[in-house]
Design a protein around this ligand. Structure first.
Ligand SMILES: Cc1cc2nc3c(=O)[nH]c(=O)nc-3n(C[C@H](O)[C@H](O)[C@H](O)COP(=O)(O)OP(=O)(O)OC[C@H]3O[C@@H](n4cnc5c(N)ncnc54)[C@H](O)[C@@H]3O)c2cc1C
Length: 581
């Protein structure tokens, strides 16, 4: 059934208590939670429309990669200087969700809180109230964990919260051996959403009974009957309205080609995501003075940190294995009529999980004796690029990369995808022009820090060891790809220099844009928001989304963003005397 959110169209110059810009992963949480206070009128303005029905089916998440679809933004990125040198993808655009649910309605649904140390680091950087002990309460509050758990893990999990989290319910044969493979290299099975962080794990997903559950599904939809909560879609905010004292008093937005205004009695909260939040601030004159001056934008508040500190995870493709043909993990089979029937009847089977996602291994390759803090996460991807004659993936690849995968055409297999947990490379988001409908300019600058390259080399070797586990060979006939990639064929195969070349060629940024309006203490001139998420130099304006992370977290970013929304809403409630924290 399609999910149709009740929506409103507000009259010109309406006044509400809170305006939330963006109904994505964070904005939906913020709006849902603020509307728990019955006397507060809350309006969410969302640039996109209703989420298409198929987004509910986990297998179909890859539809966001199709060209010309209206429910995503595809932002051009500056050609990477240090990564993706073999042009793994011919169209290296950066995708974010543009619909109710935001990026959480097209992501791969992996639910990963990151590491306790991530948050203790945030606090140590001068952000009180963001330490692990405090944020754990919010992770638990948001969550309804619906899979079996061990008694030792129970204190870390939430039950009965709005957002359902489930262990992956179906896997091809490779995935079913994942934990045994981890054991072979000394990685015990763990619940990675607790304090235990080095080990192997079957992935946990933000799904409810085999359907995607975005934070809009969890926090907005069930509360839309509240009279004080309104959602207006297809409404792109183009400017934050500041009065002469630099108080945020409302926003200008475009709906059906008309510019309209809405005013806030109390506050404006920006939850437009890591790319669009800094863009909107800069369009409103809040940002680095020199940059704004060049574009002819009046600087209202000179905040040099806006759009800086862009962090994202980087991962490495191309470390693959073929397996026996009779142990099929064919994607074509996964969307067969019987799979569809099974999904229709019982919401399980291959369509209930994102394509290829199976398990992950969390380990520390720089310091193998580190007991709790991984520096990489290796995803076991239960499919291979050449599989199904490359129908699903190879079409976007450059010729030399296709050549590398050619021996795998028509073969089944799997690959290991290592991801750096806390990359040191940092990029920028800047404005292309003062036209609000131009995309922002994204420069992720991945692998610009030499330590990231060296760590990825170690990660590649660790991934090779994992995939070479005896159990995969014995049970599935797993064989690693043996031909060097053409761009590195001049180097000794699998020497450190070969891997460095491979990493520069094949590593690519993920879609975890974070940190572009970072939270920091007053002493840090690059800070954009205070630890209470208030924009410096502006009253009544806060940011609540992935852009406030001072440092990217170790895991995928959706669960942390939901936590930011939860804590952010509580900070507001506390500031207005509605709760005591
Ligand atoms: C393809 C993809 C796969 C991913 N896979 C995973 C995964 O498996 N696990 C995981 O944890 N994370 C994953 N992520 C990352 C995760 O989804 C994001 O970190 C998270 O959704 C970010 O939340 P947000 O609230 O900051 O922004 P978003 O969820 O992107 O929300 C921003 C919202 O604001 C709206 N908006 C923007 N500008 C305006 C404006 N001017 N006016 C009005 N509305 C506006 C947008 O339309 C959007 O709805 C993935 C991301 C992508 C893109």
């Amino acid at each position: 059934q399609p999910t149709v959110y009740p929506t409103s169209v507000m009259p010109q110059d309406t006044i509400v208590d809170f305006i939330v810009v963006g109904a994505g992963s964070a904005g939906s949480v913020v709006a849902g939670r603020l509307s728990e206070v019955p006397e507060w009128e809350v309006l969410v303005l969302e640039a996109g429309g209703q989420p298409p029905t198929f987004t509910k089916i986990p297998f179909l998440h890859f539809a966001s990669a199709f060209p010309n679809v209206s429910f995503v933004n595809k932002y051009p990125t500056i050609a990477p200087k240090y990564s993706s040198q073999f042009g793994v993808l011919t169209d290296p655009r950066y995708t974010t969700g543009k619909m109710v649910g935001g990026s959480g309605a097209i992501n791969q649904m992996v639910h990963n809180r990151g590491n306790p140390q991530d948050y203790d680091n945030w606090a140590q950087l001068g952000n009180p109230g963001w330490d692990w002990e405090t944020v754990l309460k919010y992770f638990k509050k948001s969550e309804d964990y619906r899979s079996p758990m061990k008694p030792r893990d129970a204190p870390f999990r939430g039950i009965g919260g709005p957002m359902s989290v489930q262990k992956l319910g179906w896997m091809p044969p490779v995935g079913r051996l994942a934990i045994q493979a981890g054991m072979e290299v000394g990685l015990p099975e763990i619940d990675y959403n607790t304090d235990t962080k080095i080990g192997s794990t079957i992935l946990q997903l933000a799904t409810r009974n085999g359907e995607r559950e975005s934070s809009a599904d969890a926090f907005l939809m069930p509360n839309m009957q509240r009279k004080n909560l309104k959602l207006q879609i297809n409404s792109q905010v183009i400017k934050i309205i500041l009065n002469k004292n630099n108080d945020a008093i409302g926003v200008k937005y475009v709906h059906k080609n008309k510019v309209k205004r809405v005013f806030a009695r109390r506050e404006v909260i920006i939850s437009a995501g890591g790319a669009d939040t800094p863009k909107l601030l800069m369009l409103s004159g809040i940002g680095p003075r020199e940059q704004l001056r060049k574009l002819g934008i009046d600087t209202r508040v000179d905040l040099p940190g806006v759009g800086q500190n862009y962090q994202d995870h980087v991962s490495l493709r191309g470390i693959g294995w073929t397996i026996h043909p009779n142990i099929s993990s064919s994607l074509l089979e996964q969307i067969s009529p019987s799979a569809m029937l099974r999904y229709q009847r019982s919401r399980d089977g291959p369509l209930s999980v994102p394509v290829g996602m199976c398990a992950s291994y969390l380990l520390n390759v720089h310091n193998p004796d580190e007991p709790t803090v991984p520096d990489i996460q290796v995803f076991l991807f239960c499919a291979l690029d050449g599989q199904d004659y490359g129908l699903f993936s190879l079409s976007g690849y450059q010729e030399s990369v296709q050549e590398y995968y050619r021996p795998t055409l028509g073969r089944d297999g799997f690959f290991m995808l290592p991801m750096l947990s806390r990359p040191k490379s940092v990029g920028t988001v800047t404005l292309k022009s003062r036209n609000p409908f131009d995309p922002p300019v994204l420069d992720h600058n991945s692998l610009s820090h030499p330590d990231d390259v060296e760590l990825m080399v170690k990660a590649a070797k660790a991934s090779l060891k994992l995939g070479n586990a005896k159990i995969f060979r014995r049970a599935l006939g797993a064989e690693p790809l043996k031909k060097p990639i053409p761009g590195c064929a001049h180097l000794e195969f699998q020497s450190d220099d070969y891997w460095r070349c491979f990493v520069r060629g094949m590593a690519n940024v993920m879609a975890h844009i974070s940190g572009t309006c970072k939270m920091a203490p007053d002493s840090d001139p690059m800070g954009v928001v205070t630890p209470r998420l208030i924009v410096r130099g502006v009253r009544n304006l806060r940011i609540m989304d992935a852009s406030i992370m001072p440092q990217i977290v170790s895991g995928n970013t959706n669960a942390p963003v939901i936590m930011i929304g939860e804590r952010g809403a509580d900070l507001i409630k506390e500031d207005y005397g509605k709760i005591k924290l």
